[in-house]
Design a binder for this molecule. Structure first.
Ligand SMILES: [Zn+2]
Length: 393
C-alpha cells in the first residue's frame, strides 16, 4: 500500500475523497490506484492533482500506454491507472526507458567492442559510438570521440596489428572527433569542407583540420574498401556528412537519427532542423543494414532510421498544426506592452501544450526518453518554422 491516504485495503474498488477529486483503489488490480477522468481533465491536471506535479503527466501516459487516444488526452469517463507514488515527491521524474533503449553490460575494460560488418567494428563508451574498418592496407576510423582516447586504440589493437591510416570526420563536434590528435600527424584526416572551415576557426589542437575535403560527394577507396561520403546540406551541423561503406552494408549519419532513443535538446543545437529531416531522407535512399548514429547503447538498423524520420516528422507536423491553431495576438495582451519575448514565451508554451501530448501518445514507449526533450524541441521547431519556412518537406 503505497498511498498512505487512508485507503482501506478492500477487495472491491472503493472511492475516496482526495484533494477534491475522486480517486479509486482497485483491489482486483494488484492494489493500483486509478482515477476516472472528467470532462476538461488533461493528463497534466491529473498529474498535478494526484502526483503533486503537473510535469509527471508522462508517467500517467506511460502506464496507460495504448489506452490514450492520438490527441494524448483522456476521454471523460476513461479509467486511468495512476503510477505508484507519494504526493510529496518534488524531484523531477521520467518515464522508464523501453527495452530497445536500455544500456547493455560493459566489460571490465570499460568499452564494448562489436563486429558490425565483415571487417567493420563498433566501439561504445558510455553513450558514445565510434567505428573502424579493417582494410587490406590499414585501419580506417570513422570518428574518434573525445572520451575514446584510450579505448579506441586499445579496441583496434585487439582486432589487428595493421596501422591506422585514415580518420573520417562525420562533423566537427568534440564528442565525435575530440580524440583525433591521439592518432598522430601521419593519419590522413578526411571531412567536409565546412568541417575544415569550422575546425580552422576553432583552432583546437585536439581536432586537426582535415587535409582531404569535398563539396557534395566523394568516393574514396582505401585498401580495397569503398567509402562513399555525401553531404545532405546543413543539418545537425553544417558539414555533417553521410558515410556509407557499401562492402560492410553500413551507413553512418551522426547526431540526426539515434537508435531507439528520441532526439537530444534542440536536436543537439542543430544548425538546421529542416536539414535534420532532409538528412534522414537522403540516408534512407541508400542501401545499408547497419546504422551508426553516434550515440546510445546499441547499433542501429534501417528501421531505426525510418522510426527516427517518423518521429522528427511528427514533431515538425504537430508543431505546424499547433502554430496554425494558435494566433499570437492574445499572448501579447497578457504581458507588459513591448515585451515581445514574454509574449512569445507564452505562445511557445501554448504550442508545446498542444503538440507534446499528441507526439508522446505515439512515441513514449517506442523511443527512449521521448518525454525528456520533446517539449523543448517543439518550441525550437516552432522558431525554425517561422524563420526557415522550407517548402520541400
Ligand atoms: Zn554533434
Amino acid at each position: 500500500m503505497a498511498w498512505g491516504i487512508g485507503v482501506p485495503a478492500a477487495a472491491a474498488a472503493v472511492t475516496i475523497p482526495f484533494a477534491g477529486a475522486a480517486l479509486a483503489h482497485d483491489g482486483a488490480a494488484n492494489g493500483s490506484a486509478f482515477y476516472v477522468a472528467k470532462s476538461g481533465d488533461t493528463l497534466k491536471t491529473i498529474a498535478a492533482r494526484f502526483l503533486g506535479n503537473a510535469d509527471r503527466w508522462t508517467e500517467i501516459l506511460s502506464v496507460n500506454s495504448g489506452q490514450i487516444g492520438p490527441d494524448g488526452q483522456p476521454k471523460p469517463g476513461q479509467r486511468l491507472l495512476l503510477p505508484e507514488t507519494t504526493t510529496s515527491t518534488p524531484a523531477k521524474t521520467y518515464a522508464p526507458l523501453p527495452a530497445g533503449a536500455k544500456p547493455a553490460p560493459v566489460p571490465p575494460e570499460g568499452y564494448r567492442l562489436e563486429k558490425i560488418g565483415p571487417s567493420a567494428y563498433g566501439v561504445i563508451v558510455g553513450a558514445g559510438q565510434s567505428v573502424f574498418v579493417v582494410t587490406r592496407t590499414g585501419v580506417v576510423l570513422i570518428d574518434a570521440p573525445g572520451t575514446f582516447a584510450t579505448a579506441l586504440p586499445a579496441a583496434v589493437k585487439k582486432i589487428t596489428d595493421k596501422p591506422i591510416t585514415h580518420l573520417i570526420y562525420s562533423h566537427s563536434h568534440f564528442d565525435h572527433i575530440g580524440a583525433s590528435s591521439v592518432f598522430g600527424p601521419g593519419v590522413i584526416r578526411i571531412g567536409h569542407e565546412e568541417t575544415a572551415r569550422i575546425l580552422k576557426q576553432n583552432a583546437d589542437p585536439a581536432r586537426p583540420v582535415p587535409m582531404v575535403t569535398f563539396h557534395d560527394r566523394r568516393v574514396i577507396e582505401i585498401g580495397g574498401e569503398k567509402f562513399v561520403l555525401s553531404y545532405p546540406g546543413p543539418s545537425h551541423e553544417s558539414g555533417n556528412i553521410i558515410i556509407q561503406v557499401p562492402g560492410q552494408k553500413l551507413a553512418a549519419l551522426i547526431d540526426c537519427a539515434l537508435p531507439g532513443v528520441a532526439s537530444y535538446q534542440a536536436f543537439g543545437t542543430a544548425d538546421s532542423i529542416p536539414g535534420v529531416i532532409r538528412a534522414h531522407k537522403e540516408l534512407l535512399k541508400l542501401d545499408f543494414d547497419t546504422f551508426v548514429g553516434g550515440h546510445w547503447y546499441r547499433w542501429g538498423t534501417r528501421n531505426d532510421v525510418a522510426e527516427s524520420y517518423e518521429f522528427v516528422s511528427d514533431i515538425w507536423n504537430e508543431t505546424a498544426k499547433a502554430i496554425a491553431a494558435t494566433p499570437q495576438p492574445p499572448f501579447f495582451a497578457k504581458v507588459e506592452p513591448g515585451n515581445t519575448w514574454a509574449a512569445l514565451d507564452l505562445w511557445l508554451d501554448a504550442l508545446a501544450d498542444q503538440a507534446e501530448p499528441v507526439v508522446l501518445a505515439k512515441w513514449i514507449n517506442r523511443l527512449g526518453a521521448a518525454d525528456v526533450f520533446t517539449r523543448i524541441n517543439i518550441r525550437v521547431t516552432a522558431v525554425s518554422q517561422r524563420v526557415d519556412q522550407p517548402h520541400d518537406l
